[in-house]
Write a protein that binds this ligand. Structure first.
Ligand code: ZN
Ligand code: ZN
Length: 360
């Protein structure tokens, strides 16, 4: 039995989404800031995100004709798709060691400076407004929200459904030991409050704050936003920087390639660990402005001067035309082509944890 959503369902929803004009009012509008608009936000260097209906239709015709995406192979470059069981007892108890665990897609559990930090929590079976249609989770979830250590900080990059999930947010809000602190781009704070989230800090690009003993910055990305019919680019999108003693972390969010990354590299002077998207990139003519491919992800790794990077935004939800496991073959090729050591930019297995050393 096929569990894929009917293309017509997706097409109808996406068409409505993309046809809809901006009718929002930006309550945070600041005319002195170039990426602000009276009705929302814009990119620094690339065009405003979201594609015209004609291009969306052309993409659907193309992918249907080609039969894309092709199914993933189960063994590529020695990678087994099955999930690794995380060491839950270690993650629950750990306050000392710096760790990163890939839960899937753009959801990472980071343990830095004694804090449990979650990026773009998505624990649902589908990344869509409803759970009976839309992109289905293809790799099993390695751990549930109830199995997480108590989360201190949640970093939200933007409001697309594969990054901001209603059920995951409300479950975190209700976690044992009290709700985490949610860090949100401008406008996403309002949505979170509507869902009953009580602890929210909103950030504009380049805002910096010290929270829970770490320095947090919100930084630009080239992307767009929308959850409904009338809110295209009404809320902001971007990436997060967490600077802790001896360890600087960067989460790129969802992005196309732009000069924003050279700006971030110049401002921060490098990172100990970066999480950079490597999936959801075909066809290039449609995706290029909003999603990087593995070669561009490696350019971001170099631009921001990351010592090590993790590839995210792949292998979990089938969103675009490349096979779900394509980054397993393409990332090492891109690293070779750009002279970056293979161990500097890696893909985790779902559920895999790695431990990192603090800088002296
Ligand atoms: Zn997105
Ligand atoms: Zn995404």
């Amino acid at each position: 039995m096929s569990t894929r959503p009917r293309p017509t369902t997706l097409l109808a929803f996406a068409a409505a989404l993309l046809l809809a004009g901006c009718t929002a009012v930006n309550p945070y509008y600041d005319a002195t800031r170039p990426h602000h608009r009276p009705d929302g936000f814009a990119n620094n260097y690339g065009p405003a995100g979201g594609k015209p209906f004609g291009e969306l239709l052309a993409w659907y015709v193309e992918r249907t004709r080609n039969g894309d995406p092709k199914p993933p192979s189960t063994h590529v470059n020695g990678y087994d798709f099955p999930v690794v069981k995380p060491d839950l007892a270690m993650l629950q108890a750990n306050r000392e060691r710096i760790t990163a665990t890939w839960i899937g897609h753009s959801t990472l559990l980071l343990q830095i400076a004694g804090l449990n930090i979650l990026t773009d929590p998505q624990f649902s079976a589908r990344a869509f407004p409803v759970q009976w249609a839309g992109p289905k989770r293809r790799a099993p979830l390695p751990m549930t929200i109830a199995q997480l250590p108590r989360i201190d900080l949640v970093l939200i990059s933007h409001n697309h459904y594969d990054h901001l999930d209603h059920d995951s947010v409300t479950a975190l809000q209700a976690q044992a030991g009290g709700p985490p602190l949610f860090l949100a781009p401008l406008g996403v704070d309002l949505w979170l409050k509507d869902q009953g989230v009580t602890r929210v800090e909103r950030f504009d690009w380049w805002d910096r704050r010290t929270l829970l003993g770490v320095e947090v910055h919100f930084v630009p990305a080239q992307h767009w936003s929308a959850r409904g019919l009338f809110d295209r680019n009404a809320s902001l999108w971007g990436g997060w920087v967490v600077r802790a003693p001896g360890f600087d972390f960067y989460f790129a969010g969802d992005t196309g390639y732009s000069r924003d990354f050279a700006d971030i590299g110049a401002r921060f002077g490098g990172f100990d660990l970066a999480a950079i998207p490597v999936g959801a990139y075909l066809p290039r003519w449609f995706m290029k402005e909003q999603h990087v491919d593995p070669a561009e992800a490696v350019r971001i790794h170099r631009d921001v001067k990351a010592r090590r990077s993790i590839g995210i935004h792949w292998g979990t939800f089938e969103l675009t035309d490349e096979p779900l496991d394509a980054p397993i073959g393409e990332l090492p090729e891109a690293l070779r082509a750009q002279g970056v050591p293979a161990e500097a930019f890696v893909l985790f297995r779902h559920g895999e944890t790695r431990v990192y050393e603090r800088r002296p």
